[in-house]
Every structure is written in structure tokens, then in C-alpha cells.
Design a protein around this ligand. Structure first.
Ligand SMILES: C[S@@+](CC[C@H](N)C(=O)[O-])C[C@H]1O[C@@H](n2cnc3c(N)ncnc32)[C@H](O)[C@@H]1O
Length: 203
């Protein structure tokens, strides 16, 4: 990875992911997690202030040491005991059926092998365990989707591997989950970048 990927992208991600519109989505989703929780692609730890006291243990996985350093500092501020693991979601270093819940926010767009990562999340969740997700992805409108496919090859190298055109619900189902609920909508901003899938799925 070059200097841009190592030093610029983590700062851009941390800055971009702090938007108030995203904070509202985090505040609605993250408090739903309970018990032993895995956050996949924890990034700079912007979800940490929203975990409830019902979380017994939290593990955060991310392959970026730079983002994990920011997450460590956010964990101290949130006074939350979190174990941060520098690893890719495609090979989670946990035993089968270890977690009650998993959280993924704006992460499935960036994982190189999203299907493989979701199968790993399914493996490490207890049977019936819940995956809570807030992800952006493929829009239902043909014109927006065409722009998403056109823009992704240009956008991906600038934005830490982010794909605009992933069908998030299909990927989750294909990994063996049953979607319990999903809400779709555009957030404010250019449509190719803002089509959301928010909800939960059962392992
Ligand atoms: C747009 S950021 C979102 C960060 C964080 N989830 C949030 O809500 O602020 C995408 C995250 O996915 C992480 N990521 C990229 N590839 C990954 C992989 N193979 N496994 C786990 N996380 C990955 C990146 O390092 C980055 O932290």
C-alpha cells in the first residue's frame, strides 16, 4: 500500500465518517447490540460512544493500524473496554459461535471479499445471533445504479476500496443470514453515494 493509502485514506475516512447525518444512524443502530459483540471494520471507533451497558465484551476488527490507533483513543474517551484486533474480516481469528451480536456500519462497501467476510461473521455468531448493519450500496433506480457502476472504478482507489454498487441485502442473505428487517432510503447528498440499507439479520 502506498503513502496515500497508509496515511491520507485513514484521515479522510475518519473525517468523512464524522458527519452528523451518519451520527444519527449510528445512534439508532449501535445501542441495539448486547452481550459479547463483534464490530467488523471498526475504523476509527466512531460507534464507540453509542454502545449500551448491555454490552459485556466488545471486540473490534479492522486491518488498518492507523484507524485502530484512532479507535484506541476513542475507546479511552468512551471509557469502554474494547479489544482491538488488526485483522481482515475474511479471516476472523475467533472460534465458531463466539458472539451474541455483530455490528457493521459503512464497511461492506470496502471489504475486498465481502461475501467471504459475511460468511465468517455468520460462523462466529451464535445460532440465532444478530447482525446489525447500516451500509450504503446498490440503488434500485436504474439510472442511479448505472452511475454507481460507472463511478465505482474511479472512486474505489481514492476512497479506501469503497464500492458504490454492492447489493447489500443479497450479500447478507447469500452468506446464510435471514434478514429480520431492512429499511432502504437515500440520505442527503448525491444519490450514487447515499443509498442505505439499515437493519438486522439472524445467523
Ligand atoms: C468507510 S470505513 C467505515 C469505518 C467504520 N465502520 C465507521 O462506521 O466509521 C470502512 C472500514 O472498513 C475497513 N475495512 C476494509 N477492508 C476490510 C477488511 N478486509 N476487513 C475488515 N474491515 C475492513 C476499513 O479499514 C475501514 O475502517
Amino acid at each position: 500500500m502506498g503513502l496515500y493509502g497508509r496515511f491520507v485514506v485513514p484521515r479522510l475516512i475518519n473525517f468523512a465518517m464524522k458527519q452528523s447525518m451518519l451520527r444519527e444512524r449510528r445512534a439508532a443502530l449501535v445501542p441495539r447490540a448486547k452481550g459479547t459483540v463483534l464490530e467488523v471494520g471498526i475504523g476509527s471507533g466512531l460507534n464507540l460512544p453509542y454502545y449500551s451497558h448491555e454490552v459485556e465484551r466488545l471486540y473490534g476488527v479492522d486491518p488498518s493500524p492507523q484507524l485502530l490507533a484512532m479507535a484506541r483513543s476513542n475507546a479511552r474517551k468512551a471509557q469502554l473496554a474494547v479489544e482491538l484486533v488488526c485483522e481482515s474480516a475474511e479471516r476472523l481469528p475467533f472460534a465458531d459461535a463466539s458472539f451474541d451480536c455483530a455490528i457493521m456500519t459503512w464497511t461492506l462497501c470496502s471489504i475486498p471479499h465481502a461475501g467471504r467476510a459475511l460468511r465468517e461473521v455468520h460462523r462466529v455468531l451464535k445460532p440465532g445471533g444478530e447482525l446489525f448493519f447500516a451500509e450504503h450500496g446498490l440503488a434500485p433506480d436504474a439510472r442511479v445504479a448505472a452511475w454507481q457502476r460507472r463511478l465505482t472504478p474511479l472512486w474505489r482507489p481514492l476512497a479506501g476500496g469503497c464500492h458504490l454498487d454492492r447489493p447489500i441485502d443479497e450479500l447478507i442473505r447469500a452468506a446464510g443470514f435471514e434478514i429480520a428487517e431492512v429499511q432502504n432510503r437515500y440520505l442527503k447528498g448525491p444519490k450514487p453515494f447515499t443509498y442505505m440499507y439499515e437493519g438486522s439479520a439472524r445467523a
